[in-house]
Design a binder for this molecule. Structure first.
Ligand code: BDP
Length: 579
């Protein structure tokens, strides 16, 4: 899939704006033909991109989990005549079926990743109605399992009931949370480009286009030619390797030439030349060891929910710079491409995570693995050319319910999943985020290149006891060191309510959060196998309702509206090396 772009061969229309939405709590829309669109009286206005929850809270849809039909009309301009016209959606949470003028056109693939649909109705010089049936429920056996009242009851876990019902600790926002586009590309054009660039200036491009297509690649004044489906290789002399200190980016032009050697299609991708590898307990970037300092984040904000928020992106990258962070994990799902544009340009290292949270091995079937593999493949396809992406994270906290099936059944699952990912991209290390319950010999560690652990000592365990928390952390770091790989603390932290203070160690105060983070950081820094840590979380974020959460998960070092807590200043001193 090629991201929408505009040049002499390609064009797009951004369908962002006010759409209409009709909720379908009884799941009757499909049978009743809502795919053709609805009259305004049955619908609410909704901004796209944007989640329906906070936008339509007053209409009663804050906690809505189910199907909803979103619609808009678009005029297909004359300039699109004779071209391949598609509808592209950068993501639909969590799944969508798309109709054009009432006819089914196609559906989404893995959640949080783009998909395209085509329809014979998409022809130039007419107005078409786009209707998307979006559903924010998750299947029980998916890579991120859903949950319902039945499971809470059957598992005897009524105290774990969240509203809306989820198995994870963030809000299941529904809607079209990233832009939707109408695109026009040449018939028989370039369909995909796989790029890999290394610090020695070598660039390999494999282009998907009609068989036999003649391909030309150019970057920094260098050119190479070849054919679709075969790697085309070129070398840039005196390349400036990409790094956080010098995030040098290069524009790569990929052209398809017709039989006469005339350019018939062109796409551009921005990349950077760099190497990432694991060596013993170290992670090397361009041959130099790196310490990861940063955060797990979320795509989350007031009103828009998970909707793409460009001002917030600008702000967040400013804050990462201000605090001296060099890295982020896209916990717990692939983020927008706009986010990765910033990471590439600002030199922020990214651990790119697939959407698999709290995988439950009591429910894993063959279909789970197939879906998980598809999600990994789609993520690598979308982000594989990004210099900022230094590792793929294939799951967050599988086995967190402490189910015995995790130990007995997950080994072969991880073997297949990790081997598959490694074959798709041998240039990046693989990891997953381990939860304490999954053990210090988590079967996924055998496959991972980096051993990542999430640890909440001082919070869920040993609350209020920072010294004890550090001892527990040290014991776990020592124990996982025996895997002989770099060790990374992918999550640690404490909730703090901005403005809550105390002179003694008290949970929820700004001082406790800051002191816990300081103590953990000292331990991570001194541990020989540890390549750094990510504080959980960058900013406070909304969760589903539960007595454990005060609307938000308060582990942010910034508030949800990006004001610093005490921990932010402490981290800034630690990471920027101030006294
Ligand atoms: C970890 C999860 C993360 C949660 C965090 C917490 O990976 O999604 O938000 O705990 O409890 O277990 O704050």
């Amino acid at each position: 899939m090629i991201r929408p772009q505009r040049n002499s061969f390609r064009d797009f229309i951004d369908l962002s704006g006010i759409w209409r939405i009709r909720f379908d709590p009884d799941d009757v829309g499909e049978a009743e033909g809502w795919c053709a669109g609805s009259i305004p009286a049955d619908t609410h206005p909704i901004a796209v991109p944007g989640s329906w929850n906070e936008q339509l809270a007053e209409a009663g849809f804050m906690d809505y989990l189910g199907a909803a039909w979103l619609q808009t009309d678009v005029f297909v301009p004359p300039s699109f005549e004779g071209r391949r016209i598609r509808l592209r959606c950068d993501s639909a949470d969590f799944a969508a079926r798309v109709f054009v003028d009432g006819e089914f056109a196609g559906e989404s693939g893995p959640a949080f990743l783009p998909f395209e649909v085509e329809s014979e109705r998409l022809v130039a010089c007419r107005t078409v109605r786009i209707v998307a049936r979006v559903d924010n429920r998750l299947a029980l056996e998916g890579p991120t399992p859903g949950v319902g009242m039945e499971q809470y009851v059957a598992e005897g876990r009524l105290r774990d009931e969240y509203r809306p019902a989820v198995r994870f600790d963030f809000f299941p926002y529904g809607g079209l949370n990233r832009p939707v586009w109408l695109t026009a590309t040449p018939v028989g054009g370039i369909e995909a480009v796989k790029l890999r660039a290394s610090a020695d200036g070598r660039l390999t491009a494999t282009v998907e286009a009609p068989a036999g297509s003649h391909i030309r690649i150019s970057v920094a004044g260098q050119e190479a030619e070849g054919f679709a489906g075969e790697p085309v290789i070129l070398r840039v002399p005196d390349v400036r390797p990409w790094s956080p200190a010098d995030p040098a980016l290069y524009d790569v032009a990929v052209e398809r030439l017709d039989a006469l050697g005339v350019v018939a299609d062109r796409v551009e991708l921005r990349t950077g030349f760099r190497d990432v590898e694991v060596c013993g307990h170290e992670l090397l970037l361009n041959g130099q060891p790196v310490t990861l300092k940063g955060f797990g984040k979320h795509e989350d904000g007031p009103i828009r929910g998970r909707g793409l928020d460009l001002p917030q992106l600008v702000k967040d990258f400013g804050l990462l710079d201000w605090i001296g962070a060099n890295s982020v994990r896209t916990s717990h799902y692939p983020y927008s491409e706009a986010f990765l544009d910033f990471a590439d340009a600002r030199g922020v290292l990214v651990i790119d995570e697939v959407f698999s949270v709290n995988l439950d091995f009591r429910r894993v079937t063959d279909a789970t693995l197939v879906q998980h593999q598809a999600a990994v493949r789609a993520l690598i396809d979308r982000d594989g050319h990004r210099p900022s992406v230094i590792a793929w994270s294939l799951a967050n906290e599988p086995g967190y319910l402490n189910e015995p099936e995790y130990r007995s059944r997950s080994g072969p699952y991880w073997k297949v999943l990790f081997e598959d990912a490694r074959a798709l991209d041998p240039t990046r290390p693989l990891t997953h985020a381990n939860v304490g319950y999954a053990g210090l010999d988590d079967p996924a560690f055998d496959q991972a290149d980096v051993v990542s652990i999430n640890r909440y000592f001082g919070w869920y365990q040993a609350p209020g006891q920072i010294e004890r928390a550090v001892e527990l952390l040290r014991a776990d770091l020592d124990a996982v060191t025996r895997h002989g790989k770099p060790v990374f603390v992918a999550e640690f932290g404490a909730d703090a309510l901005a403005g809550q203070h105390s002179t003694s160690p008290q949970l929820f105060t700004e001082e406790y959060q800051a002191d816990l983070i300081t103590a953990f950081w000292a331990e991570l820094e001194r541990h020989p196998a540890c390549i750094g840590g990510h504080v959980w979380n960058f900013a406070d974020f909304r969760t589903a309702q539960h007595f454990r959460r005060v609307v938000l998960n308060l582990k942010g070092v910034f508030t949800r509206d990006r004001q610093p807590k005490r921990a932010a200043f402490v981290l800034r001193d630690l990471w920027k090396g101030r006294p």
